[in-house]
Ligand binder design. Structure first.
Ligand SMILES: [Fe+2]
Length: 592
């Protein structure tokens, strides 16, 4: 049984392939097309899925699409008409896009893949998110929470899932409560993202990274536009917003009357908390502190709403297990609070929590719910992208003209990487299949020594060319996690830290040992276990043996504004265009 899952035409497009209920390939289109957040039809990702499995589209039993285009069109039509004439511009643009193609999704899939119409199935957007987390989790029963910007009409849903690995068992997902457009937590957060000078659907991480530098002094002001109820449902006063009728502005004049002028796009962000040399009384530092305080306030309100929703779905279902997905589930700072501040004991978050993950959820929904097949799969790791043979790597390296050394002894190769890291060099680490979802987890990563504060600046300015206030993440040996992150008890049973999906506070003393990955006392950690990625594990382990510190700095292997590298040629190009000192490309060591 072969099921292809597809998501596209809104946020990140992606394709996945399930074979007899097991995930065999999954990738976002941007990795192949090299267009960041590419939302076009995922032809290249589909080709990769088919090629990896050794099949053609004619072998597919079903193609599952991650939302219902007609229902979504109805929402866009209804909401733009209800805010006419303000929405005339959005209305015109939407009509062209929808009548020109999106509405005829079945035809597009048939045309692009050659699959007949009876094999194409459309799954509701939030049901796709729900299935992407529940059927990838290890739980037989769980409460389910999905929160994003918007799907068809739904912006958040909650319910439960039941399914086991036994044949003949009934699989079930019921989404019992929902929040509807335009009342959307994802769009509320994105509105503040835009106000704070970052790009929507791209800069939400930057807002989150800015928030620890501020104090939540504007929470009461935010509650003027958001009324939150005990169960986590909420109502937005739409007079503060314009995203429901404007294609290029998400906040209204009433919003700026309350919070002042928007931050200039990508302007330098410096306060005395970011850099102690900055005079806190200078007009620019004061202005930036105001923006940081707004970031802290919207982060606070977001966490409050998520926690109320989580407590409510726990109460309603009685389950101790939570499965969570949707773009808001990438808010790793909020995620770090869920287990501590709700009665949930275990949690699984789909690492491709955003719309790319809908491709996986749609395919899992068809297999388990529509076809009633028993479960076969737990998403224990996240390496589902393409890989490259030694011959392919060698060909790319020779074509690049860089000097290189082939090191067949893996232990020796890893030791050379550790020696470079300890010598203060920044290395790129490329091995095996690339990661599913937005995080690099050791197969397409840039690595460095976390023990000096300066290393953050070095990686930020020479390699990533990005804002100095943004944090870098630690990768830590799973068995050493408790020592550095004392709140993370029983780490072995937690999934979010292995996918770098949650932020936790450091132990004060241990956290001082890794200043380059310590963001105002917290870290968005990745835990690594030998079983999941032996070579990457060994890299951290050898660093620990040499230094006593079981932690490395890990950041994604890409330049600012580019997707994470896919091929050896992408890796060599990024290596060449950055300050990376050494590139470890499978078993080949490339130096400048
Ligand atoms: Fe979504």
């Amino acid at each position: 049984m072969l099921i292809l899952g597809i998501s596209c035409f809104y946020h990140d497009s992606a394709a996945v392939l399930l074979k007899d209920g097991e995930l065999v390939a999954a990738a976002a289109e941007e990795r192949f097309s090299r267009k960041k957040h590419d939302f076009d039809f995922p032809s290249l990702a589909i080709d990769f899925c088919l090629k990896t499995t050794g099949i053609t589209a004619a072998d597919l039993d079903y193609v599952a699409f991650y939302e219902k285009p007609v229902v979504k069109f109805e929402r866009i039509l209804t909401s733009t008409l209800s805010s006419f004439p303000q929405s005339w511009k959005t209305f015109g643009e939407s009509m062209i896009a929808w009548w020109g193609g999106k509405l005829w999704m079945k035809n597009i899939i048939m045309e692009k893949t050659g699959v007949p119409p009876e094999k194409i199935i459309f799954v509701d957007h939030h049901m796709s998110h729900a299935a992407s987390t529940f059927f990838a989790s290890p739980y037989e029963d769980a409460a389910i929470l999905t929160i994003d910007g918007v799907g068809e009409w739904t912006t958040a849903s909650m319910g439960y899932g039941k399914a086991s690995w036994e044949d003949g068992n009934i699989n079930e997902i019921k989404l019992t409560h929902e929040q509807r457009f335009p009342h959307s937590l994802g769009l509320l957060y994105s509105t503040f993202t835009a106000f704070l000078g970052f790009r929507v659907n791209n800069g939400e991480y930057k807002l989150m990274g800015m928030s620890p530098y501020g104090d939540p002094n504007y929470v009461d002001d935010i509650y003027k536009m958001v009324k939150v109820f005990d169960d986590g449902s909420f109502w937005l006063d739409m007079s503060y917003f314009s995203y429901h009728y404007s294609p290029d502005r998400s906040f209204s004049k009433k919003f700026t009357d309350l919070f002042g002028k928007p931050r200039i796009h990508e302007e330098e962000f410096l306060t005395s908390r970011v850099d102690s040399n900055v005079d806190p009384n200078s007009p620019k530092a004061k202005e930036n502190q105001h923006y940081a305080d707004i970031a802290a306030s919207i982060q606070y309100v977001t966490e409050e709403i998520i926690l109320r929703m989580a407590r409510n779905v726990q109460r309603k279902t009685g389950s101790k297990n939570l499965c969570y997905a949707g773009g808001v589930a990438l808010n790793s700072k909020a995620n770090g609070h869920i287990l501590a501040e709700t009665p949930f004991e275990q949690m699984f978050i789909q690492p491709a929590a955003g719309d790319s993950g809908g491709a996986l959820g749609a395919a899992l929904y068809v297999y388990h719910i529509l076809l009633s097949k028993p479960r076969r799969f737990i998403q224990e790791h996240n390496y589902w992208g393409s890989s490259y043979s030694n011959a392919e790597v060698m060909e790319a390296v020779k074509a690049s003209g860089f000097s290189f050394e082939e090191v067949d002894d893996e232990e020796l190769l890893i030791q050379k990487a550790v020696d470079d890291i300890i010598a203060g060099k920044v290395i790129a680490w490329f091995q095996g299949r690339f990661e599913w979802g937005p995080r690099a987890l050791g197969n397409r990563s840039i690595m460095a020594d976390p023990r000096t504060k300066e290393m953050k600046g070095i990686v930020n300015s020479k390699i990533k060319f990005r804002e100095p206030f943004r944090p870098f993440a630690p990768v830590i040996l799973e068995e050493d996690t408790l020592r550095f992150f004392p709140d993370l008890k029983d780490v072995k049973k937690h999934y979010p830290p292995r996918f770098m999906l949650s932020v936790y506070p450091y132990d004060e003393k241990e956290g001082k040992k890794v200043p380059a990955v310590n963001h105002m006392g917290t870290g968005r950690l990745q835990t690594v276990r030998r079983d999941w990625n032996p070579r990457y594990y060994r890299l951290v382990e050898l660093f620990k043996q040499a230094t006593g510190v079981p932690v490395l700095l890990n950041t994604s292997f890409n330049l600012r504004g580019e997707p994470i590298v896919n091929t050896p040629t992408d890796a060599l190009s990024t290596f060449s265009n950055s300050g990376i000192d050494t590139l470890f490309l499978e078993n080949i060591l490339v130096r400048k």
